[in-house]
Design a protein around this ligand. Sequence first.
Ligand code: MTE
Ligand code: HPA
Ligand code: MOS
Length: 812
Amino acid sequence: MNQPQEALLPAPPEISPESAGMPDAATKPRVLYSRSEAHESAHLHVSGSATYVDDMPELAGTLHAAIGMSAKAHARILAIDFTEVQAMPGVVGVLQAGDIPGSNDCGPILHDDPILADGVVKFVGQPMFAVVATSQEAARRAARKARVEYEELPAVLDIRAAKAAGELVVPPLVLVRGSPEEKLASAPHVLRGTWSVGGQEQFYLEGQISYAVPREDGCMQLWCSTQHPTEMQHLVAHCLQLASNQVVVEIRRMGGGFGGKESQSGIFACIAALAARRFGRPVKLRPDRDDDMMITGKRHDFVYDYAVGFDDTGRILAAKVEMAARAGFSTDLTPPVITRAVCHFDNAYYLGDADIRAFGCRTHTQSNTAFRGFGGPQGAIMMEYIIDSIARQLGMDALAVRRINFYGTTERNVTPYLQVVRDNIIGEMVDELVATSDYHARRAAIARFNAGSPVLKKGLALTPVKFGISFNVPHFNQAGALVHVYTDGSVLVSHGGTEMGQGLNTKVAQVVAHTLGVPLAQVRASAADTSKVANTSATAASTGSDLNGKAAEDAARQIRARLAAFAAPLLGGAAEDAARVRFADGAVALHGAQGACSLPFADVVAQAYLARVQLWSDGFYATPGLHWDARTLTGNPFYYYAYAAGVSEVLVDTLTGEWRLLRTDLLYDAGNSINPAIDIGQVEGGFIQGMGWLTSEELVWNREGRLTTHAPSTYKIPAIHDCPAEFRTRLFQRPNPQETVLRSKATGEPPLLLPFSVLMALRDAVSSVGGHRVQPPLRAPATPEAILDAVDAVRAGVTEAPGVTLHYERLA
Ligand code: MTE
Ligand code: HPA
Ligand code: MOS
């Protein structure tokens, strides 16, 4: 894998007057701050001394909870006999829905998500009760002893069945532009088909966990592995009938969240808090991996019905799609997820007339939720499959069809939801990647290889990414921060974001260090804590550093302004020289008529304290210019777009369906990257995670609705062995035209869409079996079985396989 190195960067990083907000910016060359600093916790991660919630020393008297789960997909609970449970060693008590003093709900949008099932269960794995005992082992053993009597009810387990029955968690989303039906009728070529893509388990390394400690006067303190401390605070307050000021939630770091801890940490926080309140003792709830996978929601799997009309050059004239997502038993975050799917169906392409619909289908399975990309990947991948099919139908290279459909820069630049694409650089990035990856020469080499290799077949594909950055609910796009400068010159920054391994704390600390001109080692980021920064949004939608970086910068700038005003006279200047005081390299300096005068930052701070200058500040940021009309599905939902492109080459064994990824080249638009090492890590990690979604990770529910793939033994995430032998990742270092923090761009989610290139390369390899004359019906995940189904179909000259159909119509 690539070592993130300074050598990959265009210029040695420097602190510029401009990025430090100084007035003589216009006269100075434009070099922005960018440094590959180590992750603030790297030394703790590698030495095993980073503290996760389960590593915290337990308070005396701590109890442990375990969850009793439904064994039925849909049933009335007639009775539960806890006699044997109560008799088990160590058991302190059992909690059911009736023991909840406040609201029995942990739904983030609608209130259809019971903490503990009340009378009816709606999926296999649904929490029905909690057993509280003196050890985790005791609680778990006892939970299995409950005898539950059910009356079974009919269960809907299939997305299409739910859609047909009108079982939807919200009304369908409908976005129609122009006259797609007429355009389809008059298009020279039309492809119609059905397709499907699987769901995905977040598989955070650290599972869900909450530790609740009762405090005086009915208050509750919690440590939750969560991306959304404020939501945990609210849910716990509602379920215990407390005010928000009585609940404190803290999280130093998560061992991964990936969207799975945006809303779904709530049920664990609530049960732990409920037990802590009931028994007046600290309670920890840490489900094991299997229980975690049985209880929590995943990425939504989708089924699609589509039609696309195009001309002889491959240009799309009209597109129509119905995307049906498995919401699961409750609403959770499905509405914004399918909204993001609608807003990413276009990916990087101008669609002309379009009819885009999305359905959140209610099934008796886990309630699906956020997962890196948040519906965006499911929207965009359908379009990539369509483009790939158009190219094959016309006998063109898919890259040529992609290029002809890219958004323009001055025309053909309006999205179906009416946001104008103003920052489009996809054409330029693809040109660069085509050159650096040697795309055309390798395409020719692969054709030669395949001509001489009857069983092993190679495939190649280049796919683009355009991803909208901002929460698609405008008011979530705000953040707060608190910066403390202590009298020794050390700095502590608290902000509204949570650290889940993505390097947010490192970036925010870098922004603060840069703003105050002190070494990064002098700045520490604190744990996220609802009592320090209030009313935070989830760390999600890839906005963590955009929002919290800006808020922290705002706080640091206020402190800097006060210090500058205080220091100007000390440095031999007048009061009006404050604006010319420089903060860099741990010093505060002023270039006056008598030359430069400089003092160590810590000395200035110590003196400022004696002069009673406020050395801490709060900061705030709200992303400008966003609006969204949820009724018409139009507006300006995104502050900017992040772009990327990837090329992947695969080798497929057409007898077994097994394959290897030979080489991948990625180019990612990180704007002016604050930390290229961390960003490259995000790009490579997102790529591999997305590749798992599209190729090896398969969720299988049996006929009773029981998830049968609930552990790593049956659910295959990618490992180091699945990484490409050649993995070349580069950042496209061009400052964001929008005024983001240090002109950077988000890197959290968009890389998950880069392995579209792997799926399309697999389809290309399968296609070669039929001389590229038959459309391979390849579903995702493209497991070896799916690949073999597609190979068989191509050999038989048919374009159908389980879950996939495709029909071509030519204008008569
Ligand atoms: N990287 C790591 N290591 N662990 C994670 O859990 N979550 C992803 C992404 N990268 C995640 C990650 C998701 S789903 C999001 S939305 C972003 O990080 C959130 O962090 P950011 O906004 O600070 O990039
Ligand atoms: N991403 C993640 N979470 C969200 C979003 C989003 O776009 N919108 C609302 N919650
Ligand atoms: Mo990320 S799916 O927005 O937590």
